[in-house]
Write a protein that binds this ligand. Structure first.
Ligand code: F6P
Length: 308
């Protein structure tokens, strides 16, 4: 997200506009927690994870009163447009704000979950996928050395993008996704097939929102079914959301940040900027909110073929 903030600030300055950073998301908007930023304010942040502006969920912005206060703050500071970096929740608030007060607003997709409609990739997804891949590679060393089965739980409360991508990249025997209705008998069959093929180390990747249960619950069921298996659990948690962004994410954030400012200057509003099939697109926030990006089922098919 820092790379996106840098791109927004520098392109605004390039086009002779003033840029303000809003601290703590919508809460900061309500409180007037703004700081004017120039090109120097955003130097050397490309490689830093997270966001130096900080971020917060805002209960106050869900009320009309809170949004009115935010609008008053914008007027007071003479701010006439907003670039909003975030996911579904942020865009829902942004769209409502636009409808009520008409402030031009452009969303930039930033979430590791990659579940936003209107862009092939969201900022952070590539970095998180790479982090998971590196972690699972390390876990594989123990799995391999000790003939163990690891269940690795990854983020994705509602979507399996990270899980599926990482499963393919790490050669997992099985991936369990929120989008699927996988059953325990199906999972057991896969594991039996692996055993029949004399697999000695096995990795199952489970997205946290999957329907079978969390990694510990899945582990308990697997142990019950295969008492001789040495089953271990690793929950990767928030380490997936930090760290220096990948080259891909930095470039994506730079493109989207510039496109957000140029979009505003060209009169676009109430939209999310994205890149689809290598082309810049602007999707109405309403569409981005109502629809959901779908995982690539072809990847799932391929991972099944390769997991034999
Ligand atoms: O941004 C979405 C997400 O990464 C989910 O995959 C995950 O469940 C959630 O964030 C975790 O959020 P929190 O930090 O609030 O626990």
């Amino acid at each position: 997200m820092n790379a996106a903030i840098r791109a927004v600030v520098r392109s605004a300055v390039f086009y002779n506009k003033k840029a303000f950073g809003v601290y703590r998301g919508f809460d900061g908007l309500i409180a007037g927690d703004f700081e004017e930023l120039n090109s120097k304010s955003v130097k050397n942040i490309l490689s830093a994870g997270g966001t130096f502006l900080k971020s917060a969920r805002s209960a106050a912005f869900m009320t009309k009163e809170g949004r009115q206060k935010a609008f008053d703050q914008l007027q007071k500071h003479n701010i006439d447009a907003i670039v909003l970096i975030g996911g579904n929740g942020s865009f829902t608030g942004g769209h409502l704000f636009f409808e009520e007060f008409g402030v031009p607003i452009i969303g930039v997709p930033g979430t590791i979950d990659n579940d936003l409609f209107g862009t092939d990739h969201t900022i952070g997804y590539d970095t998180a996928s790479n982090t998971v891949t590196h972690c699972v590679d390390k876990i594989r060393d123990t799995a391999q050395s000790h003939n163990r089965l690891f269940i690795v739980e990854v983020m994705g409360r509602d979507s399996g993008f990270i899980a599926l991508n990482a499963a393919l990249a790490t050669g997992a025997i099985e991936v369990i996704l929120p989008e699927e209705n996988k059953t325990y008998p199906e999972l057991f069959t896969e594991l039996e097939r692996g055993a029949a093929n004399k697999k000695t180390s096995n990795i199952i990747i489970a997205a946290e929102g999957n329907k079978l249960g969390n990694a510990l619950e899945i582990s308990a069921k697997v142990k019950e079914q295969f008492p001789s298996l040495d089953v271990k659990v690793t929950i990767l948690g928030h380490l997936q959301r930090g760290g220096s962004p990948s080259n891909f994410d930095r470039v994506l954030a730079s493109k989207l940040g510039v496109a957000a400012v140029e979009g505003l200057l060209n009169g676009k509003t109430d939209v999310m900027v994205g890149i689809e099939n290598h082309k810049l697109t602007y999707t109405f926030l309403q569409q981005a909110i109502l629809n959901k990006a779908r995982i690539d089922y072809e990847l799932l098919r391929i991972s099944k073929i390769l997991a034999i």
